[in-house]
Design a protein around this ligand. Structure first.
Ligand SMILES: [Zn+2]
Length: 160
C-alpha cells in the first residue's frame, strides 16, 4: 500500500518522485540511497549515515531533511557531492566483497570454531553495534541482516 505523506503547514510533502532522478537524456535512475522515515517525516541518505566521517555536515547523514521545497535541489547536490560519492564507493566495495566472497560464512565458522572465545566477544560487539545502528537508522529486519553481514566482513577483513 502507498504511504500517505505527512504535509507541512503549506501542504508540501515528500513524494515517491524523489526516489528517482531524471538524467539529461530523459532517462530515470533510482536514488537507491534515499530513505524516507515515516515516523520522523524526514529523508536520509542511508549510505552517508552509515559511512559518514566526523567532518560531515550533511543533514541527510545526520538529522535528516524535511525541506520539501528545496528537496529536489538538495538531493541533486548531495548526489554529486564528494562526500556522498566517497561513501557510495565504500558501500559498493563492501557489497562487491560480499557478493564475490560467498565462502565468507564458511571461513568465519571455521574461525569461530578455532577461536570460539574470542569470536564470541567479537560477535557480541557486532550485535550490539547493529542494535545501536537499528535504533538510529530505523532498519528493517532485512537491512539488519545485511548490516550484520557487512560488519562481520569488515571485522573478518581486519583480523586477516
Ligand atoms: Zn549520501
Amino acid at each position: 500500500p502507498d504511504l500517505v505523506f505527512e504535509k507541512d503547514t503549506i501542504g508540501r510533502h515528500f513524494s515517491y518522485a524523489f526516489y528517482s532522478r531524471k538524467l539529461s537524456n530523459g532517462e530515470f535512475v533510482d536514488r537507491k540511497w534515499l530513505v524516507y522515515h515515516k515516523g520522523a517525516n524526514k529523508v536520509y541518505c542511508f549510505c552517508c549515515k552509515l559511512f559518514k566521517s566526523k567532518l560531515s555536515k550533511s543533514m541527510l547523514a545526520s538529522d535528516g531533511l524535511n525541506d520539501w521545497k528545496r528537496l529536489s535541489a538538495r538531493l541533486k547536490d548531495h548526489g554529486n557531492s564528494v562526500e556522498h560519492l566517497t561513501n557510495m564507493n565504500t558501500w559498493n566495495e563492501v557489497r562487491l566483497r560480499l557478493s564475490k566472497n560467498q565462502t565468507i560464512d564458511d571461513d568465519m565458522q571455521r574461525e569461530i570454531a578455532k577461536e570460539k572465545k574470542h569470536w564470541r566477544q567479537v560477535l557480541v560487539r557486532i550485535v550490539s553495534t547493529v542494535k545501536f545502528l537499528q535504533k538510529i537508522l530505523w532498519l528493517s529486519m532485512d537491512q539488519m541482516r545485511n548490516c550484520i553481514k557487512i560488519i562481520m566482513v569488515i571485522f573478518w577483513a581486519r583480523l586477516k
